[in-house]
Design a protein around this ligand. Structure first.
Ligand SMILES: [Zn+2]
Length: 444
């Protein structure tokens, strides 16, 4: 019903504009009565038909993701959301269908309505493709001041393009720095961590792991901050109380703590350390392509010093906390798991995304076949705001299924979905290239 009322209001608005415009043209015709005016009126009264997206929820894509999934092909003409950043240069391409005319692309910007709750769409521009080989290529620059979500439709004869869509690629390049700083934010009481007697020593382990593994970018500095010292929120996070993420705070990413005015910290990646995450077997989480280094919603990576299991709390050693932070930061910049779990598939709402799409990362069909299953986020689809799903890293004990994860050919990669003692040691070359491309698109 919400969709219906949305389109009803659009139709009313368009009708209203046309009604107002016509008497104006009649007035001109009456005064001058020239053929020129008649032609002008004919042209002006036949404006471009705006082909709004069919639905209110969209599959979202972000640049340079090598595995977009076949839901993107299926929905590209009728409405797909793109996550874009200021100054980014983007191309979207797909195969030519010779049985159809070349489509045009209509681009829409999503904006928050006055009530601050709902989102609307405003038409920005219409693009025509260039043809490169046997592909259509649409190119555009994001001229926004901040990270934005745009929606596109493909148009043929004033309605959705009906040609076959295949081999979709969305690429983006930015010119922000390839240097990243980290900001470790300790929240509430953190019990002594095995292997890191102080927060400073944990921060040294973190930065050396980031420098060792994020080799395609420059890891500059790590700052350490304490939530209890936050100028306005400090009282909410007392230093003598364990903080459980997801409760009692409504802001599960604790993003309100990020980006507070401390010198140099404002454009660092905020890694929030809490006592534990209040979800069974959850070691950490971050938004997929959260891509926000300047504070606010989805600007943090959350890790726990303990994990909640059926047997109670298990403390994590420093090495394990660091590993979780490295993995979750990969998601933050847009890396998917090398092998999808059932939870991922549920979250993507696309059964074609069985692996991450990189040619140099193996994947492990046996992992999926083993029946490993954890409930994921509700949906990869998004309304006009940013996609809301977060990607959790799960403790291997969570699955309770007899399966040797370490036998998987991708277990050595950081983006393997299950943590174990032997797993997660490096990124692949293509993943590293992707990470650098993402960082350079993100204002910081
Ligand atoms: Zn993960």
């Amino acid at each position: 019903m919400a969709g219906l009322s949305f389109f009803a209001s659009l139709c009313i608005r368009r009708f209203f504009v046309v009604k107002k415009a016509c008497p104006l043209f009649i007035f001109f015709i009456f005064i001058w009565g020239t053929l020129f005016s008649l032609v002008a009126c004919t042209e002006s009264s036949d404006p471009e038909v705006i082909v709004y997206p069919r639905d209110r929820e969209f599959y979202a894509i972000f640049p340079n993701d090598p595995k977009l999934g076949d839901s993107i092909e299926a929905n590209l003409a009728t409405g797909i959301m793109m996550i874009v950043h200021p100054g980014g240069h983007y191309t979207l391409s797909f195969g030519v269908d010779p049985t159809h005319e070349a489509p045009k692309m209509q681009l829409f910007r999503s904006y928050k309505q006055r009530d601050g709750e709902r989102y609307g769409l405003s038409k920005m521009k219409t693009l025509e493709p260039k043809i490169s080989g046997d592909h259509y290529v649409f190119s555009f620059v994001c001229e926004e001041n901040e990270r934005s979500s745009w929606v596109l439709t493909l148009v043929e004869d004033d309605t959705y393009y009906r040609g076959k869509i295949s081999d979709v690629k969305f690429e983006g390049s930015g010119s922000y720095s390839d240097t990243l700083s980290l900001n470790l934010i300790s929240v509430g009481l953190i019990d002594p961590i095995e292997g890191a007697p102080s927060m400073d020593s944990l921060s040294r382990l973190l930065i050396s792991a980031f420098r060792k593994n994020y080799t395609s970018i420059v890891i500059d500095t790590i700052y350490v901050n304490y939530a209890e010292k936050h100028p306005s929120l400090g009282e909410k996070y007392p230093a003598d109380r364990h903080w459980h993420a997801e409760s009692p705070s409504g802001d599960m990413t604790l993003s309100e703590l990020g980006n507070w005015p401390a010198k140099g910290v404002t454009e660092a990646l905020d890694i929030v350390l809490v006592h534990r995450i209040d979800e069974l077997n959850s070691l950490g989480y971050a938004g997929l392509f959260a891509s926000n280094l300047i504070g606010g919603e989805r600007s943090t990576v959350v890790v726990g010093s303990h994990v909640l299991s059926n047997a109670g709390e298990r403390p994590l050693a420093a090495d394990e906390i660091v590993k979780v932070a490295v993995h979750e930061t990969g998601h933050f910049f847009g890396l998917k798991h090398t092998t999808s779990t059932w939870a991922d598939l549920e979250s993507y709402q696309d059964l074609s995304i069985l692996e991450d799409g990189f040619e140099d990362t193996p994947y492990c069909p046996e992992l999926l076949q083993s029946g490993l299953y954890k409930k994921g986020s509700p949906s990869a689809k998004s309304d006009y705001s940013m996609p809301g799903q977060v990607y959790r890293m799960m403790d291997r004990s969570a699955y309770g299924v007899a399966f040797d994860e370490d036998s998987c050919p991708d277990a050595y990669l950081f983006m393997f979905p299950v943590s174990s003692d032997k797993s997660m040691r490096e990124f692949s070359r293509q993943q590293l290239k992707f990470l650098k491309q993402s960082l350079m698109l993100i204002p910081h």
